[in-house]
Design a protein around this ligand. Structure first.
Ligand SMILES: [Zn+2]
Length: 446
């Protein structure tokens, strides 16, 4: 008999894995790691997940919604004979990112990434007999994120994954258009992320409501200082494009080779998809200035940049040029501070006290108690910083509109600390009777 089960993630943010089974075969949606700093106190630890999910049943297929660690992070443990699926740009980005994470790792992740198959927006796939999945392209702080519309055993399920509509992909009413085109309501079951339900205060106090607003505010901040260090996730591409386009003409836009690879890979993909002018090169900045000396690896970077309809050039930049002209630089924490001092740390030490500033563009939780990231704090080093960040997740009003559009018979919240709060939120009042909290490990017959 067909059923649905959340292995993990019904009442926590991150570490997600959801199973839909026909009794004969199954799909797993995401196989994520617990959020940094939470594994020790988690109900189910990462080390227990393999046994839980693959211990007695090895068959099935895994579909990743996007490339955030809390959704794909345990991918290396997935048995070789279990097919994995992900979006094509998400796969390209993991092929750049994972080799960096593999440095010093005992088990390398790149072979598993190379094994991943890709799905396409709006094209049905049948990963296992009896379960059809339609990937739907959605906005999120990871580019190339998907919702899944699933048919199994005569039932329809909409699985949102992480989503929002206040980024670049969500502009011009994309969410509504996609749902109206592909999801004939009413759906039997809606499984929706509810990250912001447990961060309501944060949503209310957010200084920046959308990526566009983030760009405008960034532009004003950049005008005040000569040396701008932006701390942003290397794969939060919407924000990165906003920082790029809002870099004043007189400053250089700077990143390192790794970040340049991620950037150009995303821009090429968005050029192919069309209709995303925010992902085109800026006339103000046709050159991205890259730290370090060019080596053989730069050829690929330049080949992609040259081949685009709207080309983007990459040139190496010297410390003297940085000093003379000023910059907006995309930076990252040093993940191996015991081994070396990163170029970003050196430049921060040199320029911060001479008209420099740090723009912190990540979730504020990474600087606080439970989720405190010591490498990030170490990088900031007690210096003052400007916060400039917008949420990667749907606001309450977005979730309410989604519910209105697909009119589900059952609503199952997940990816939230407080699924039971769903019924207390005024925007969801009309749907109160449809909410069903499904705890980790409980099977819901379909
Ligand atoms: Zn995510």
């Amino acid at each position: 008999m067909a059923d649905l089960m959340i292995h993990r993630g019904s009442s926590q943010i991150g570490g997600c894995c959801t199973q839909i089974s026909t009794g004969e075969s199954r799909i797993l949606i995401d196989f994520g790691a617990n959020l940094p700093g939470t594994d020790q106190n988690a109900g189910i630890k990462d080390s227990e997940m393999f046994q839980k999910v693959f211990g007695s049943v090895r068959k099935g297929a895994v579909l990743f919604t996007h490339y955030h660690g809390d959704h794909y992070g345990l991918f290396k443990e997935i048995p070789d004979d279990v097919p994995m699926y992900i979006g094509s740009l998400a796969k390209d980005i993991l092929e750049i990112l994972v080799p960096y994470m593999d440095r010093g790792a005992e088990k390398k992740g790149l072979p598993a990434v190379e094994r991943m198959r890709t799905y396409e927006a709006g094209i049905w796939i049948t990963p296992v007999p009896g379960i059809q999945v339609l990937p739907l392209y959605v906005d999120h702080s990871a580019l190339d994120s998907y919702m899944f519309y699933i048919r199994v055993s005569g039932k329809s399920i909409l699985f949102t994954g992480d989503f929002r509509e206040h980024g670049i992909v969500g502009q011009r009413g994309r969410l509504e258009r996609v749902l109206k085109t592909y999801v004939p309501g009413p759906v039997d079951i809606l499984i929706t992320e509810g990250t912001m339900l447990s961060r309501l205060g944060e949503a209310k106090n957010l200084l920046v409501k959308s990526e566009q607003e983030l760009g405008e505010k960034a532009g004003k901040l950049f005008e005040k200082h000569k040396y701008n260090f932006v701390l942003v996730s290397s794969t939060n591409l919407d924000s990165i494009m906003e920082f790029y386009h809002n870099t004043p003409k007189n400053l250089r836009f700077v990143c390192d080779f790794y970040q340049a690879q991620v950037l150009i890979t995303a821009m090429r993909d968005m050029e192919r998809r069309g209709n995303f002018p925010e992902y085109r090169p800026s006339k103000k900045h046709p050159v991205v200035w890259v730290l370090g000396k060019p080596d053989s690896r730069w050829a690929k970077l330049r080949r992609i940049g040259d081949s685009m309809k709207h080309p983007l050039w990459f040139r190496s930049v010297t410390e003297e040029e940085l000093e003379r002209d000023g910059f907006v630089m995309l930076t990252r924490k040093n993940t191996r501070p015991e081994d070396y001092v990163s170029p970003f740390e050196k430049l921060l030490d040199k320029f911060f006290d001479r008209d420099g500033q740090i723009i912190y563009s990540m979730w504020k939780g990474y600087l606080e108690e439970e989720h405190a990231d010591w490498q990030l704090l170490r990088f900031i080093g007690g210096r003052p910083y400007e916060s400039l960040h917008t949420s990667g997740h749907a606001y309450v009003e977005t979730i309410a509109r989604l519910i209105g559009l697909v009119n589900p018979k059952i609503i199952i919240p997940m990816h939230t600390k407080s699924p039971e709060d769903f019924t207390f939120i005024p925007e969801f009042a009309p749907y109160r009777d449809r909410v069903q909290v499904l705890r980790d490990g409980i099977r819901l017959p379909l």
